[in-house]
Design a protein around this ligand. Structure first.
Ligand SMILES: Cc1ncc(COP(=O)(O)O)c(C=O)c1O
Length: 369
């Protein structure tokens, strides 16, 4: 059944692809498929978009988090502090370098609760990885202050917050490095999995370029063990078409979010999170608190509205992480978020009529309750 309101806008976003296909034809004629010219061009465009010195294309957002940790020399026995409510990949990237994720509970902006970070620091802590979940931005000035006090590097998980800002400075430009994702559900996306790391640090840049390509210093010399996680030239071609659209995409997402905020304002069972005047939220997710959430979710899905929950089972309660020894209730805010939040589509192609369908469905659900 075709949904009345779909979650993913990809079919609309790529409805007109002739110009992209033309560029792919040109690429195919060159055979320049790995670390080709389009990769360098896309990286330069992305670095300019963020206002950073270096951008390094990799195979996924997960690898865009893993590689900086590896470049920092992290491995077994090391701990990385991150937010308790995040996508699997944040913890996955930490785990892939052999380190251990240490969770800190969130606050109602859906980011890491900065007040709780210091209590989680131990002699084994080797990095902080805040997550700019939903597209809002964590309190990076305070996080950097804590990091400096303890001599810890910060790697930002900016996968959900391309062009997000706090105090006028962009997400991903605070730490030693930051990872972005171009997975199909992200702010800009390509035709498959892809990620990009940004940094201003020349040594980090050099290591990341080696790490994504088997640890090679040049064609014949391997300086370190690395990975095969290059951004494909073909995906870079698509990325080059997306970068110029980013500002408009983000502006449209924010306008759609403001429309929802106003539409939900009069419904007592719904709570829109407080909007932070210091941040520019780019609304990868439009996530709100809702009474009787599970029933509301079912009501929406039954009505053909593709609502979602981010995330229904917190990471710390996942089977894959049971060796960390956490029990129910260790992260009560995260538990509350997983039990009471709901996410609606909020992309650049969503129409006001579709938004009204969602708002009306929510209002109808609570009518008379
Ligand atoms: C917060 C967060 N971190 C990391 C990732 C990993 O990105 P990818 O799926 O491109 O590996 C994602 C998205 O998928 C994400 O939302």
């Amino acid at each position: 059944m075709t949904p009345r309101v779909r979650y993913s806008p990809l079919a609309q976003q790529f409805a007109e692809i002739d110009d992209i296909v033309d560029d792919i034809r040109t690429l195919v004629a060159t055979g320049d498929f790995t670390l080709g010219k389009p990769v360098a061009e896309f990286e330069a465009m992305f670095a300019e978009l963020l206002g950073v010195r270096y951008a390094i294309g990799v195979g996924s957002g997960t690898d865009a988090l893993k590689l900086p940790l590896k470049a920092l020399g992290l491995g077994p026995g090391d701990e990385v502090i991150t937010a308790a409510n995040t996508f699997y990949a944040t913890a996955g990237a930490i785990n892939e370098v052999g380190a251990t994720p240490v969770f800190v509970d969130c606050d109602d902006s859906f980011g890491i609760d900065v007040e709780r970070i210091e209590a989680a620091i131990t002699p084994r802590t080797k990095a902080l990885m805040p997550v700019h979940l939903t597209g809002d931005v964590s309190d990076m000035p305070r996080i950097l202050e804590i990091a400096h006090r303890h001599g810890l590097p910060v790697v930002e998980d900016a996968c959900q917050s391309l062009l997000g800002e706090i105090d006028g400075r962009k997400a991903g430009t605070f730490g030693i490095a930051a990872g972005f994702s171009m997975h199909p559900l992200k702010i800009i996306n390509v035709w498959g999995d892809a990620g990009i790391v940004v940094t201003d640090d020349p040594d980090m840049d050099r290591k990341l370029r080696m790490l994504r390509n088997h640890g090679l210093r040049n064609r014949d010399e391997m300086e370190m063990f690395g990975y095969n996680t290059r951004l494909d030239s073909l995906l870079a071609v698509v990325g080059k078409h997306m970068v110029p659209r980013t500002a408009d995409i983000v502006a449209r997402r924010a306008a759609a979010a403001a429309y929802f905020d106003a539409g939900f304002a009069g419904i007592p069972q719904v709570r829109v999170p407080a909007r932070n005047p210091r941040t520019r939220h780019v609304y990868l997710l439009y996530m709100i608190f809702a009474g009787d959430r599970d029933a509301l979710l079912k009501h929406c899905l039954d009505a053909g509205i593709e609502a979602k929950v981010h995330y229904p089972i917190p990471l710390y309660r996942q089977e894959a992480l049971k060796h960390l020894g956490h029990g129910p209730g260790d992260f009560p805010v995260t538990d509350r978020h997983s039990a009471t939040t709901i996410s609606f589509p909020v992309d650049q192609h969503l129409t006001r009529a579709e938004q009204d369908t969602i708002i009306d469905a929510v209002r109808a659900f609570y009518a008379g309750k």
